[in-house]
Design a protein around this ligand. Structure first.
Ligand code: C2E
Ligand code: CA
Ligand code: CA
Length: 536
C-alpha cells in the first residue's frame, strides 16, 4: 500500500483551502468597512456643500446690497458734505446690513452717514491701504472709528474726483451666518474670506484644523473681490457616522460572509470528499486490474497486455475508469493511485509466466510522468515483473497538461535506457496532439479507437487513419490499433502494417486469473473472440 497521507502537497492544499476561506470571509467585512468609511465621508461632504452653498449665496446677497447702496453715491462723492450727509444717513438707515455710508478721500473719512462733517474722527482709517486704485473692493478691517474691537466689512466703490464711497457692513451678520449654517457641532471650522483683510472664523478662537478633513473649499468671484469659504469636518463626527453605518450594515455583511464561507466550504468539501473517497477506496482495496491482450500481427501470438484499472464500489458497482481517473487527476490523487496500481500489477504478475519480451502496458498520467517518483516507481515494477518474462511499456496521454516537460523527458530517456518502452496513447485524438511527438522519445504509437471506427464496412477507405499509419511508419514507430471490434477493421489495419491489434475482436480486458487461463489456452495462437465474431 503506497504512502498516501499526509504528504506535503496535501498539507499545502489544506493551508491554501483555509487561506481561501479566510479571504472569502474577510471580503464582505472589509468591503462593508471601506464602503462605510466612504459613505460617512460623503455624508459629511454633502452636509458641507449644502452649508457652503447657503453661506456663499447669503454673503453675495449682503455684499451686493451694500455695493448697490454705495454705487448710488458714486456720482455724488464730490458733493459738499452738508447736503450729502443727510442723504447718506437716510440711505444707511434704509438699507439692510449697512451700518454706515462714508465718502473716503485719501484714506480719510470726508463725509459720513454717522457723523456731521465736523465730528468725523480724525486719524487713519484703512491704515492707508485704501483700494482707491480699484473701482470696487471689499475689505475686512478689525475696527472702525465708530465701532472699536469688532471687525467690519468695508464695501468700496470708486466715486467722483478720486473719492470712494464705502458702505460699512457689520461682520456680525456674516458670523451669525457661519454660525447658523455651519455650526461647530457639525464642522470643525468654517473660514470665510471676503475680499482682502482678516479671515472670519466661526469660532473666533483659533481652532486647530490639523487632521480635520477639508470638506469644501469654494471660491466665488464677484465684482471687486473673491469670496472664499473653507469648511473643515469634525473627524469625530465622521467616525460617528461611520460607526452608525457599520452598526446598520455589518450584520448583513457578516451574514453574507458566513453564507459565502459556507458555500466555499461546501465546494471545497465536495472536492475534498472526492479525494477522500479515492484515498479511502485505495485503503479499502476496492481497486483491481484487468488485462487486455495485444495481438501481434506478424506472429499471431499474444505479445502483451494493457493493464486497465477497475474500481468496483460496494453498493454502487463499477465506476468507469475514464471518470475516476479524471477525478484522480483533478484531485491530485493520481500518483498514489497509480502507485497502488503498480503494487496490484506486481501481485498479479507474480502468478504469471509469459514469453520473454512480453509487453506489459501501464497507463501513466501527466502528473506522474513529470514527477520525480516516476523512475523509481517504474524501476521497482520492472524488477518485480522481469522474472516472469514481462517488460514494461509506459502509455502516456495528454489528458492534463505535462507541467514539467523537461523532467518528463529526462524520466523517459532514463527509463528507455533501461529497456522500458514508451507508447503515445490516444494518438491523434483531442487528448494527444502531435506536440507529444516532438517533446518525448517514444517507441510505439497507439491509434485511438476513434480512427479505427472510421474504417467503413467495406474496408475501402479511412483517409486520416491512413495518414496516421504513414506518419508512424515514417517515424519508425510501431503501431497499436485500439478498439478493434470487427474482421474488416482487423484486416484493414493488418494490411497497412500495424504491428499490434488490441480490441474486443480478440479479447476483452479480464482479471488476472482469467487472463492466466486465457493465455495458457490462446497466448501462442490468438484467434478472434468467439463472442465478438458471432455478433459481427
Ligand atoms: P485507454 O488507455 O485508451 O484504454 C483503452 C480503453 O479502450 C479501455 O477502456 C478498454 O477497455 C477499451 N477498449 C479496448 N478494446 C475495445 C473495443 O474493442 N471496443 C471498445 N468500445 N472499447 C475497447 P477502459 O478500461 O474503460 O479505460 C478507459 C480509459 O481510462 C483508458 O483509455 C485510460 O485512458 C483510462 N485508464 C484506464 N485504466 C487506467 C490506469 O490504470 N491508469 C490511467 N492513468 N488511466 C487509465
Ligand atoms: Ca492506454
Ligand atoms: Ca487509448
Amino acid at each position: 500500500m503506497p504512502e498516501v497521507s499526509p504528504n506535503p502537497g496535501a498539507v499545502r492544499s489544506r493551508v491554501s483551502r483555509l487561506l481561501v476561506l479566510l479571504v472569502v470571509a474577510l471580503i464582505p467585512i472589509l468591503l462593508c468597512v471601506a464602503l462605510g468609511r466612504y459613505e460617512a465621508e460623503r455624508i459629511a461632504q454633502r452636509e458641507a456643500s449644502l452649508a457652503s452653498a447657503f453661506i456663499v449665496g447669503q454673503v453675495v446677497s449682503i455684499v451686493e446690497t451694500a455695493q448697490s447702496a454705495a454705487r448710488t453715491f458714486a456720482p455724488r462723492a464730490n458733493e459738499a458734505c452738508d447736503t450729502l450727509s443727510p442723504d447718506l444717513t437716510r440711505k444707511a438707515a434704509a438699507v439692510p446690513y449697512v451700518r454706515t455710508l462714508n465718502i473716503l478721500y485719501e484714506g480719510r473719512i470726508d463725509c459720513s452717514s454717522a457723523y456731521s462733517q465736523q465730528a468725523v474722527p480724525d486719524g487713519g482709517w484703512l491704515n492707508g491701504s485704501a483700494q482707491a486704485s480699484q473701482d470696487e473692493w471689499l475689505l475686512i478691517v478689525d475696527d472702525t472709528p465708530m465701532v472699536r474691537n469688532r471687525p467690519s466689512l468695508l464695501v468700496g466703490v470708486a466715486g467722483e474726483a478720486g473719492r470712494a464711497v464705502v458702505a460699512v457692513v457689520d461682520v456680525q451678520y456674516l458670523l451669525d451666518l457661519l454660525h447658523g449654517a455651519a455650526p461647530l457641532t457639525v464642522f470643525r471650522q468654517a473660514e470665510l474670506r471676503v475680499g482682502e483683510g482678516a479671515v472670519l472664523r466661526e469660532a473666533m478662537a483659533l481652532v486647530n484644523v490639523r487632521g480635520a478633513p477639508l470638506l469644501v473649499d469654494v471660491q466665488k468671484r464677484m465684482s471687486g473681490a473673491t469670496i472664499d469659504l473653507k469648511i473643515y469636518g469634525r473627524p469625530e463626527r465622521i467616525l460617528e457616522n461611520w460607526r452608525a453605518l457599520l452598526l446598520r450594515y455589518m450584520p448583513w455583511a457578516a451574514a453574507f460572509s458566513a453564507w459565502l464561507v459556507w458555500l466555499v466550504r461546501r465546494l471545497q468539501q465536495s472536492g475534498q470528499s472526492r479525494r477522500e473517497q479515492l484515498l479511502r477506496a485505495i485503503r479499502a482495496n476496492e481497486f483491481h486490474v484487468e488485462y487486455q491482450p495485444l495481438y501481434g500481427v506478424e506472429t499471431g501470438r499474444c505479445e502483451g497486455v494493457e493493464a486497465l484499472l477497475r474500481w468496483v464500489r460496494p453498493g454502487t458497482g463499477a465506476i468507469r475508469p475514464d471518470e475516476f481517473i479524471q477525478v484522480a487527476e483533478e484531485e491530485h490523487v493520481i500518483v498514489p493511485l497509480t502507485q497502488h496500481l503498480l503494487k496490484l500489477i506486481e501481485r498479479d504478475v507474480a502468478t504469471w509466466e509469459v514469453a520473454p519480451g512480453f509487453h506489459l502496458g501501464v497507463n501513466f498520467a501527466p502528473e506522474h510522468l513529470s514527477g520525480v517518483q516516476l523512475v523509481s516507481d517504474v524501476q521497482a515494477l520492472r524488477t518485480a515483473v522481469a522474472p516472469h518474462g514481462a517488460t514494461i511499456t509506459l502509455e502516456i496521454t495528454e489528458r492534463t497538461l505535462v507541467r514539467n516537460t523537461e523532467q518528463a523527458r529526462s524520466n523517459l530517456v532514463a527509463l528507455r535506457r533501461e529497456g522500458v518502452r514508451v507508447a503515445i496513447d490516444d494518438f491523434g485524438m483531442g487528448y494527444c496532439s502531435l506536440s507529444y511527438l516532438e517533446k518525448f522519445p517514444f517507441d510505439i504509437l497507439k491509434i485511438d479507437r476513434g480512427f479505427v471506427l472510421t474504417i467503413d464496412a467495406q474496408g475501402s477507405k479511412a483517409a486520416v487513419l491512413d495518414a496516421i499509419i504513414d506518419l508512424a511508419h515514417s517515424l519508425g514507430a510501431r503501431l497499436v490499433a485500439e478498439g478493434v471490434e470487427t474482421q474488416v477493421q482487423r484486416d484493414y489495419l493488418c494490411a497497412r502494417g500495424v504491428t499490434y491489434i488490441q480490441g474486443f475482436f480478440y479479447a476483452r480486458p479480464m482479471p488476472s486469473e482469467a487472463f492466466v487461463r486465457w493465455y495458457r489456452a490462446n497466448g501462442a495462437h490468438m484467434s478472434p473472440n468467439p463472442h465478438m465474431t458471432a455478433g459481427t
